[in-house]
Design a protein around this ligand. Structure first.
Ligand code: GLU
Length: 423
């Protein structure tokens, strides 16, 4: 039976590296019809915080990494105590003050790692191991081994930063007479300069990506590619097909470089392909939070989403770009204003405002006709008017088509903004 676990300590937010460890465990289980266990390693009473636990659970759910069983080590202290007593009684451990310590005997320890192959460590390099601390709490390794054994974990998949713990834990397995699981240590996530992934390369907490407007599918897809590849240079890959080809043995030994650019690209792809109505519903609460005054009627939001979804990298882009619709006042980018709105075009704008207000059925086609009529009447190039008009309406120099923009803004507001642009 395939049984794996993700074992976060609630001493901080769910880190992007932790999320990848969870994901690979989850995929390993799902690909083989096995079980995925979530085990909270909260033995450190001082550093473990309920708010971190809550955040970890929230992030796991958001990513869709559902679990089959759930445990908390703080509920299991009595169990660890019993195993410590057993080792003391058998003379395999001794007491140093109030702490229980494992005697490390001389031998060579073999680890078979599914990703890195065989690793041999001489136990001479390992000191006697503390199992229980003087405050009665177990050490990480002691609790981890007992739980992995009792929970019948078939393969321990965790970050490479734990590789030095593995030989120590094997000694504990042997002292307790437990069968060894398989091991797989995942490569570290590196920043583009080759250092350990840090804030400089991108946010490190999963929640931050959520608040920055990333979709969970894009994050999951991106995490998958950190150390593993489905082959054929394929980057966008859906879970169902990933599970068909996923193999832990095919994970790279070398560190995986984090690229915010690639994550953004993937996010833009998922946004683009999302059903418009569904995307509008995802955005609705964000719009309401950002623009509490905004009144959005019927299909209006869907219409806007349709207009912007092809260019969004994150959900926040939408909020940023549509501010001109939801705010009564246009907020100008100063630089853009100086570049495009310095020359007085009151006459041209007034003429355009007049033509637009005379349109009876205001749509993309009729707005464009009105605009072309003004350009012809003035004998100027369309380009001369396009940029200043866009800036006057939206405050920005770039955006979707000008006439689409006019339509989402509405006839009345378009006309008013043109009339007020030079006041
Ligand atoms: N609680 C450990 C951590 O957060 C788990 C390590 C393991 O998977 O064994 O890193």
């Amino acid at each position: 039976m395939v049984r794996v676990r993700f074992a976060p300590s609630p001493t901080g937010f769910l880190h992007i590296g932790g999320a990848r460890t969870a994901l690979f465990n989850w995929m390993y289980a799902k690909a083989q019809g096995g079980q995925f266990i979530l085990r909270i390693e909260d033995t450190d009473k001082v550093r473990s915080k309920p708010e971190y636990l809550e955040e970890i659970l929230e992030s796991m759910k958001w990513l869709g990494l559902t679990w089959d069983e759930f445990y908390k080590q703080s509920d299991r202290f009595e169990l660890y105590r019993q195993y410590a007593d057993k080792l003391l009684a058998e003379g395999k451990a001794y007491k140093d003050g109030e702490a229980v310590v494992l005697k490390v005997l001389e031998k060579s320890i073999k680890i078979y790692d599914l990703i890195r192959g065989e690793i041999v460590v001489d136990s001479k390099e390992i000191k006697d191991q503390v199992l229980m601390k003087s405050d009665g709490s177990p050490t990480y390794s002691f609790a981890c081994v007992i739980d992995d054994a009792l929970m019948e974990i078939s393969c321990v998949i965790r970050g490479e930063d734990h590789i030095s713990n593995t030989p120590k834990q094997i000694l504990i397995y042997e002292a307790l007479g437990f069968k060894l699981p398989k091991f797989a240590h995942l490569p570290l996530i590196l920043d583009p300069e080759g250092g350990r992934m840090s804030k400089r390369a991108g946010a490190t907490a999963v929640t931050e990506y959520r608040t920055q407007g990333y979709l969970s599918q894009a994050i999951v897809n991106y995490l998958m590619l950190l150390g593993w590849s489905p082959g054929n240079n394929q980057e966008k890959i859906l879970m169902a097909s990933a599970l068909k080809t996923f193999s832990i043995k095919k994970i790279n030994k070398a560190g995986a470089a984090f690229s915010l650019e690639k994550l953004q690209w993937l996010n833009s792809q998922y946004i683009k392909e999302m059903d418009t109505a569904q995307l509008a519903e995802t955005l609705r609460p964000l719009v309401a939070a950002q623009y509490p005054e905004a009144r959005i009627e019927g299909k209006e939001l869907e219409h806007m989403v349709q207009l912007y979804k092809g260019r969004m990298n994150t959900l926040l882009d939408f909020l940023d770009w549509t501010g001109f619709i939801f705010n009564e006042q246009v907020h100008f980018d100063e630089e853009v204003k100086t570049k495009h709105l310095t020359q007085d075009m009151r006459r041209e704008f007034d003429l355009l405002a007049g033509h637009l207000s005379a349109v009876s059925d205001f749509n993309v086609k009729s707005a464009e006709e009105a605009f072309r009529g003004v350009v012809a009447q003035l004998g100027i190039e369309a380009g001369v008017l396009v940029h200043p008009v866009r800036v006057a309406l939206t405050g920005k120099a770039v955006g979707p088509g000008l006439f689409e923009t006019m339509v989402v803004l509405g006839q009345e507001r378009t006309v008013r903004r043109l009339k007020e642009a030079f006041k």
